[in-house]
Design a protein around this ligand. Structure first.
Ligand code: TMP
Length: 301
């Protein structure tokens, strides 16, 4: 039955039928889809970025959604206007650099380090409690991509490891999933900036190494060797990202097989598309849904 169902709709044709899909190398895509489908669900792991990949970029009313760091801008607006202003000023200054189409990654890195360190210093100086963080997340405009809850449920059901490799804030991701899904998936493994709390449950520091958009590479996955060893019998990878910095999030994978990379290109499409097409197998243009990854997953099941 399983075999017949696979033949009924060719997974590749099905994937490419989505209007948001752009690809540069159809034959490489066809080979990888074939390898993932024949490997099956038990050979798969999923490595995904969080901000603007698991979460939406636009909320459907023309508003930009928030990143996990931006939760602090929104949350402190009423209670600490000065802090909100400083965090927003950092965002306004550095976000255009993060997505600048002309600058090289090497040129961007020092700016990103400065952005993250300044932002983390401001956040920890305020010594928020975990309860306060929960209240910030509750009112914040972070939304799951359409169909993302279905994807997360399916991955958990089939015990597919889901690695969220995020330069955002891991604790905010956990709180968000708990609030929006009603549970933190059992198959979830977060590699991110984690908040360190003191004995009074106040946020006083961030974990090392600092993860920013452009160091999602071997320099930050050293501590994850045991985790990737445990799942070494899953060589095939579905990688989801929204930035060129997400392209090598599979760096820690042991025994790597087929790696299928799907990139969400959320804005500045004309300038960025050629670079995204060079790196990602499939680029999704201004697509606020998880429909394409879901189609692929269903073909693998
Ligand atoms: P991610 O896509 O790997 O989760 O990256 C985190 C995003 O967070 C990145 O796009 C930049 C953003 N960010 C903020 O919005 N505010 C901040 O203060 C910092 C440090 C990052």
């Amino acid at each position: 039955v399983r075999h017949q169902r696979r033949n009924a709709v060719d997974p590749l044709t099905d994937l490419l039928s989505s209007p948001s899909v752009r690809i540069q190398n159809p034959s490489a895509v066809a080979d990888k889809v074939k390898a993932l489908v024949s490997g099956g669900i038990d050979r798969l792991q999923v490595i995904s970025d969080f901000d603007y990949t698991i979460s939406k970029f636009y909320d459907g009313n023309g508003n930009r959604c928030l990143t996990t760091h931006m939760v602090f801008i929104e949350g402190t607006k009423e209670i600490d206007e000065a802090l909100a202003g400083k965090l927003k000023a950092l965002n306004d200054a550095y976000l255009p650099i993060e997505f600048d189409a002309q600058m090289t990654i090497e040129e961007k890195v020092p700016h990103m380090e400065l952005w993250w360190r300044s932002s983390h210093r401001l956040i920890t100086e305020a010594k928020f409690s975990r309860t306060t963080l929960r209240s910030f997340v509750k009112v914040s405009n972070i939304l799951l991509r359409d169909g993302c809850d279905g994807l997360l449920v399916l991955l958990e059901k089939h015990k597919v490891p889901l690695i969220l490799f995020s330069a955002g804030i891991g604790d905010i991701i956990e709180i968000f999933l708990e609030q929006r899904l009603g549970f933190v998936p059992a198959n979830l493994h977060i590699i991110s900036n984690m908040i360190l709390f003191d004995q009074n449950d106040c946020a006083v520091n961030f974990s090392d190494p600092l993860i920013h958009t452009f160091n999602k590479n071997s320099s930050v996955v050293g501590q994850e060797r045991a985790f990737f060893h445990d799942i070494r019998n899953r060589p095939n990878v579905l990688l989801l990202g929204d930035s060129l910095g997400d392209l090598h999030m599979d760096v820690g994978v042991e025994n790597e097989g087929a790696v299928f990379k799907i990139g969400f290109l959320n804005f500045n499409v004309d300038a960025l598309l050629p670079k995204y097409l060079d790196g990602y197998d499939i680029v999704l243009i201004q697509d606020q849904s998880m429909n394409v990854p879901l189609k692929l997953l269903r073909a693998i099941l």
